[in-house]
Design a protein around this ligand. Structure first.
Ligand code: FES
Ligand code: FES
Length: 161
C-alpha cells in the first residue's frame, strides 16, 4: 500500500505502514513519541491519548492509515509559544497531579481538548471530560485542581493579550 503522509507535532512525516498498524504503535515505536503510552489492552485507560486534528482520541483505537493527511499532536508538541511548558503541563507540576506519570501525557492531551471546547469548566465538567482517562496513583483531586488552575491561567493570558 502507498505510504501515509501526516503531520506529527508540527513535523511532516511520511511512513510505510501495514494496514493493521495502530496509530499508538506508529507514534511510540516508529516515531519515538515516548509520551504516547500503552496502559491497557481494552481501550479504557486513555494513556495513549493524542489530538487528531485538534480533538482527543485514544490512539490505540485509531489505525495509522486513518491519520493519513491529518495532524497529530502528542504531549511533546504541546509547547506554549516558545515559553516552554504549556500551562497544563505547568499546572500538573505545580499541583502535584502526577506520581508515576504514566497517565499524565494522555491526561494532559484530554484536558487540552476539554479546555479548547470549554475554557472555564466546573470541577464536575472536568471530571466528566476526563472520564476516559484512568489514573491509578493520584485519586484524581490534584488532576482536577491542575486543569482548573490551567484554565484560570489561560483565561488570564487571553485577557492580557
Ligand atoms: Fe489504554 Fe489506549 S492504551 S486506552
Ligand atoms: Fe500514575 Fe496517574 S500518575 S497512573
Amino acid at each position: 500500500m502507498p505510504p501515509i503522509h501526516l503531520t506529527v507535532d508540527g513535523e511532516a512525516v511520511t511512513r510505510d505502514v501495514d494496514a493493521r498498524t495502530l496509530l499508538v504503535h506508529l507514534l511510540g515505536d516508529g516515531l519515538d513519541r515516548s509520551g504516547v503510552n500503552v496502559g491497557c489492552d481494552s481501550s479504557n485507560c486513555g494513556a495513549c491519548t493524542v489530538l487528531l486534528d485538534g480533538r482527543s482520541v485514544k490512539s490505540c483505537t485509531v489505525l495509522a492509515v486513518q491519520a493519513d493527511g491529518r495532524e497529530v499532536t502528542t504531549v511533546r508538541g504541546l509547547a506554549w509559544e516558545g515559553e516552554g511548558w504549556h500551562p497544563l503541563q505547568a499546572a500538573f507540576s505545580a499541583c502535584h497531579a502526577l506520581q508515576c506519570g504514566y497517565c499524565t501525557p494522555g491526561m494532559i492531551m484530554a484536558a487540552k481538548d476539554l479546555l479548547d471546547a470549554n475554557p472555564r469548566p466546573t470541577d464536575a465538567e472536568i471530571r466528566e471530560g476526563l472520564e476516559g482517562n484512568l489514573c491509578r496513583c493520584t485519586g484524581y483531586a490534584p488532576i482536577i485542581a491542575a486543569v482548573s488552575q490551567a484554565a484560570q491561567r489561560l483565561a488570564t493570558d487571553d485577557a492580557d493579550a
